[in-house]
Write a protein that binds this ligand. Structure first.
Ligand code: HEC
Length: 168
């Protein structure tokens, strides 16, 4: 084999190997899942971050720090709502997240929480209350559709006075 032939053979081999590498079957893309169940997201993130929004409605934030805290919690709720669209480790999470109205409630929750963020930023108590009332209505609607057998009342911690109007 002369030098030139060897060079050609090496080139052909290299091209062959590169082609093989590129032609390997596409990797299975694993569905992304949250590392915890939706129920845990609900208890540790959603419920936790929503509480202060309606508590704020009757215990006016005073200091700069109070308002900042309210804004951060509203942000957590905004992200939390969006996270509810992704199934986690719970046994029926996928069934829930695949339902259209589940998705709508989750994104509506995220949107209302986004309005609470803006309200906290502009230190507007009226808008905080309005966002808080929207949020409660969404929690209740989703619970009555998806967990009607569990009591919905008394899980909201301390309700803002304006929330009473919704319960009537
Ligand atoms: C998209 C639907 C949906 C929305 C929106 C929603 N929830 Fe839930 N929530 C559920 C379901 C379903 C369960 C029951 C989960 C289970 O049993 O595994 C639940 C459970 C809970 C629990 C009980 C957790 C436990 O461990 O007992 C609390 C508290 C709760 N939700 C609070 C809230 C609050 C507060 C809001 C609004 C800020 C809210 N949820 C919004 C669907 C929703």
């Amino acid at each position: 084999m002369n030098k030139q032939t060897r060079a050609v053979r090496n080139l052909v081999l290299t091209v062959f190997v590169i082609t093989l590498t590129n032609c390997s079957p596409p990797q299975e893309v694993e569905e992304f899942r949250l590392p915890i169940s939706i129920n845990e997201v609900m208890a540790s993130l959603i419920n936790h971050s929503a509480d202060p929004i309606w508590i704020a409605a009757w215990r006016n934030p005073v200091t700069e720090q109070d308002w900042r805290e309210l804004e951060h919690l509203a942000r957590q709720l905004q992200v939390g709502g969006a996270l509810l669209t992704i199934p986690g480790s719970g046994p029926v999470d996928t069934m829930w997240t695949s339902r259209r109205n589940w998705r709508e409630y989750s994104l509506a929750l995220s949107d209302s929480a986004g309005r609470a963020v803006n309200a906290a930023r502009s230190k507007d108590m009226e808008l905080v209350k309005r966002a808080g009332d929207e949020i409660i209505a969404i929690c209740e609607s989703c619970h009555s559709d998806f967990k009607p057998d569990l009591p919905t009342m008394n899980i909201y911690g301390e309700l803002s006075p304006t929330a009473d109007e919704i319960d009537d």
